[in-house]
Design a protein around this ligand. Structure first.
Ligand code: PLP
Length: 371
């Protein structure tokens, strides 16, 4: 049954209404000139995104998945290699590894839902080629420890920054630490298009060139030469034009999300069985792609909020390896398993209002019977 939510998780219609004139102009400019494939709007967006992230290059592709997949291929990762990542991530992180023929090695996460660096160290073998840290919910991994471990073991770092555009660690942007950073522009990401999209960021010209070939069936557009078997995976020019419009607003939207997170924090403080996503560390600047709370009464709370017209989501209700069709084998990662039972993402977007937060937090306090 489709519910008309009083507080939707995100509101794409309100988002469009806010930006209508700018977006319509950008789309109109592309369509009226016939600028559909690999035109200036794509080059402009790539230049602006690279500058925003702090890398030399950005390559627009058609999903975060393909950014990850191309980063791995460009690094020469393939059969016989192991790639370490977390199980508590969107399946695409792991599928990108599987599609190269390499073996995914899954590790557990810490309190902040990001890779446990001790678990990473324990999982390293002579076959480990790369590590994919996932900066979940807009919070970066502990990049000091990760860079130190990866350096000592000569591992490549490919950042899954699909949820962390604009997030920083010691002032440095997500997607600028590793050999490549991978972003998603799925509509409900902080920088979302009107369909699928992604970007690979890197400062390595060879990786940028390889991703540019792979996204266009292996063809060098200057010479017409096919250098490899590639994919049809370009970021559409119209999408790039829209994303370029939105990128200008991104710092303000991130600030808004941080303010909404502060309101949730103030209004949900002191509920015994409710853990909030505010973690230590002045070196981190979180963007709150998702505002994830944690409780042993998750399913009952989600049902209660639904009844009250509040839309929530669960990222993710079942450990990824328990999906038999993925054939990932059996893993025992207690923190990941507990998280699957306990996490709930509350409404959070650039359009979330103070009134909505007040309504949601009142409902939550009512559920827990605290005033
Ligand atoms: C952590 C993470 N990795 C990878 C992806 C894949 O991105 P896309 O959906 O654009 O392929 C996503 C998107 O949901 C994600 O959240």
């Amino acid at each position: 049954m489709k519910v008309a939510y009083r507080v939707p998780f995100v509101d794409p219609r309100a988002h469009y209404r806010r930006l209508k004139d700018e977006i319509d102009d950008a789309i109109h400019a592309c369509l009226s000139r016939g600028d559909l494939i690999l035109r200036q709007q794509l080059r402009d967006f790539e230049a602006h995104l690279a500058q925003f992230v702090g890398t030399r290059y950005a390559v627009g592709v058609n999903s975060g998945f393909h950014a990850l997949h191309f980063a791995l291929i460009a690094c020469g990762v393939g059969p016989g290699d192991e790639v370490i990542t977390v199980a508590h991530t969107f399946v695409a992180t792991i599928s990108a590894i599987v599609h190269t023929g390499a073996t995914p090695v899954l590790v557990d996460v810490g309190r902040d839902y990001n890779m446990d660096m001790d678990a990473l160290e324990r999982a390293i073998t002579p076959r480990t080629r790369a590590v994919i840290p996932v900066h979940l919910n807009g919070r970066l991994c502990d990049m000091d420890r990760l860079m130190e471990i990866a350096g000592r073991h000569r591992l490549l770092i490919i950042e899954d920054a699909a949820q962390a555009l604009g997030g920083t660690f010691r002032g440095r942007g997500a997607g600028s630490f590793g050999v490549a950073g991978c972003f998603s522009h799925y509509p409900f990401k902080v920088l979302g298009g009107f369909g699928d999209g992604g970007t690979l960021t890197t400062s390595d010209p060879e990786i940028a060139r390889m991703a540019t070939l792979l996204r266009y069936n292996g063809e060098d557009r200057e010479t017409g030469e096919y250098h490899c078997h590639g994919y049809t995976a370009l970021l559409d020019n119209v999408q790039a034009a829209v994303l370029d419009v939105k990128l200008k607003h991104l710092p303000a939207w991130i600030e808004h999300r941080r303010q909404i997170a502060d309101l949730y924090r103030e209004q949900l403080a002191g509920i015994p069985d409710l853990a909030l996503p505010h973690f230590d560390g002045v070196e981190y600047r979180d963007t709150y792609q998702n505002y994830v709370v944690r409780t042993g009464q998750r399913d009952a709370l989600a049902a209660f909020l639904r009844q009250r017209g509040v839309e929530t989501l669960v990222h993710w209700p079942k450990p990824v390896w328990e999906h038999a069709g993925l054939r990932l084998g059996k893993w025992h990662l207690p923190k990941t398993e507990a998280i699957c039972r306990e996490v709930l993402s509350l409404p959070m977007s650039a359009e979330t209002t103070e009134e909505q937060v007040a309504y949601v937090t009142n409902c939550i306090r009512e559920f827990f019977r605290v005033r």
